[in-house]
Ligand binder design. Structure first.
Ligand code: PEP
Length: 251
């Protein structure tokens, strides 16, 4: 009932001119045989328009990695939700741990960005997850619940497809270390429990992704967990073969 979602996060990698050739290669490898899972690439804002022209109505969707909390005006350097949507994005990552750590995004700003995404008809992928210190201190669940409630309180949804949540333990992102399937399932269950309290009618349909060094070798086991509905994938989404192998494990 929840369609698996494989979402790449390119971070600040590849040039727009490289991205189109890469996408052509991906589309050629996929052929007409797209699987049951949904395939999404969250790319830098500069890449959206050229990639969007190329993909037409094919099996790959595009998303952004961040957006402004504001819709327009004197916010030098910011990119609005409307701009991202106009350039071809349908999804946007909000509250990634790299934004929280390097750009000091707190739950209040994350909440404002979720609302901006919703106003501009972008589906937010809300990222939550604990640091290694928080996990060692036995605070992982508390941290994730606080992030969920801080970001989502008061956000109304009318459809389960208006929100995706990614559980991403910070210590597993870009490190090659992955949560065990059992730990990832337990934390994804915690996320779904919070969704059940916030959105009792919709929670069973909202997709929860795992992110943190997912790769072809570990994807199948993680994706087989009951409350894991897909992956948010950084490093492995930069290589066509790796991304396709993960996509096939989800389909
Ligand atoms: C991410 O960027 O959200 C991520 C999970 O990265 P990686 O797969 O490289 O750990």
């Amino acid at each position: 009932m929840r369609r698996p979602l494989i979402a790449g996060n390119w971070k600040m990698n590849k040039l727009p001119s490289e991205a189109t050739g890469w996408l052509e290669e991906l589309l050629a490898s996929l052929g007409g045989a797209a699987g049951e899972a949904q395939l999404l690439l969250n790319v830098p804002a500069t890449h959206l328009a050229p990639m969007s022209r190329l993909k037409s109505d094919g099996p790959v969707e595009l998303g952004a990695q961040d957006l402004s909390a504001h819709d327009q005006g004197a916010y030098t350097g910011e990119v609005s939700g409307a701009m991202l949507r106009d350039a071809g994005a349908r999804y946007v990552i909000v509250g990634h741990s790299e934004r929280r750590a390097y750009h000091h995004e707190d739950d209040e700003l994350v909440a404002a960005k979720l609302r901006a995404a919703q106003r501009n008809e972008l589906v937010p992928i809300l990222c939550v997850g604990e640091t290694e210190r928080e996990r060692d201190a036995g605070e992982a669940e508390g941290v994730v619940l606080r992030q969920m409630e801080g970001a989502l309180a008061g956000l109304e949804l009318i459809d389960a497809n208006q929100l995706v949540v990614a559980y991403e333990p910070v210590w597993a992102i870009g490190t090659g270390r992955t949560a065990t399937a059992a730990d990832a399932q337990q934390m994804s269950r915690t996320v779904r429990g919070a969704l059940e309290r916030l959105y009792p009618q919709l929670a069973s349909g909202i997709r929860v992704l795992y992110g943190g060094s997912m790769k072809p070798a570990n994807a199948a086991e993680l994706l087989a967990q009951e409350d894991i509905d897909g992956g948010l994938i950084g490093g492995a989404s930069l290589e066509v073969d790796d991304l396709l192998a993960i996509y096939q494990a989800a389909s």
